[in-house]
Design a protein around this ligand. Structure first.
Ligand code: ADP
Length: 230
């Protein structure tokens, strides 16, 4: 009987600019390796839809391309990382996003007796980031992430034929995108150095198709001998 491959790296941070593909790759890791994707952006958007006071405050920050307050995000993550589905690991997507959150995460993990295995920086050029962000859409029917510049016509048609529409995120407009990228450079980029010092940093060139990026990411994390054709 064939055994499932042992996956040595379990608790992973995906670091990268808005549009670097963290969400797409986290979804693939979840499907392929069974590691739950924990996306602060998704959790905050869910809270916003719920209409709670906290959710509405979070939505204001998100729509402006600003960060939601550290205390709120850290509290939310403390609860999420204590849930029962994270026993065999997880992929953090969009968290931590600044030094305070990174230090807060260290404390939460040490309280939970957990350690991180890798922080993967997904490296993408500014030009490609802009195209990805302005073209990004989600299928309302399937939840599939698509891009009007990069997805195949077949994938886009599939959504429409399934009765879905291509939804643009509220914060994917030019002004907010510019601010999100500025906030990223100021607040999040320094975490590359932070995790390099902790000897957890891995870098993946993510300037190419989602399939090729996943092959690279998987190789870095699992060390599998998957080949890619360039
Ligand atoms: P992207 O990485 O493309 O910006 P996300 O879904 O990760 O998309 O985040 C969307 C927005 O949610 C951010 O611009 C920010 O307002 C908020 N957000 C997400 N994660 C955090 C976080 N860790 N701390 C503070 N705000 C966050």
């Amino acid at each position: 009987m064939s055994k499932a491959p042992r996956v040595p790296i379990m608790r992973i941070i995906l670091l990268g600019a808005p549009g670097s593909g963290k969400g797409t790759q986290a979804q693939r890791l979840q499907k392929d390796l069974g590691l739950p994707q924990i996306s602060t952006g998704d959790l905050l958007r869910k809270a916003a839809v719920s209409g709670s006071e906290f959710g509405l405050q979070a939505k204001m920050a998100m729509d402006a391309g600003e960060l939601v307050s550290n205390s709120v995000v850290l509290e939310m993550m403390k609860e999420r990382l204590s849930a029962c589905d994270v026993g065999s690991g997880y992929v953090l997507d969009g968290f931590p996003r600044n030094q305070i959150q990174a230090e807060g995460l260290d404390t939460v993990l040490s309280d939970l007796g957990q350690t991180l295995d890798a922080a993967v920086f997904m490296d993408v050029s500014h030009e490609v980031l802009m195209k990805r962000l302005t073209g990004r859409r989600t299928c309302s029917k399937t939840g599939k992430l698509l891009n009007i510049h990069f997805s195949s016509q077949q994938d886009l048609d599939e959504c429409i034929e399934a009765g879905g529409t291509l939804i643009r995120r509220d914060d994917d407009n030019e002004d907010t995108i510019r601010n999100r990228l500025e906030v990223y450079e100021r607040e999040t980029e320094p975490l590359i150095t932070y995790y390099r010092k902790c000897r957890l940093l891995q870098v993946v060139d993510a300037d190419t198709s989602a399939d090729k990026v996943y092959t690279r990411l998987r190789k870095v994390l699992v060390g599998s001998r998957v080949t890619e054709s360039d």
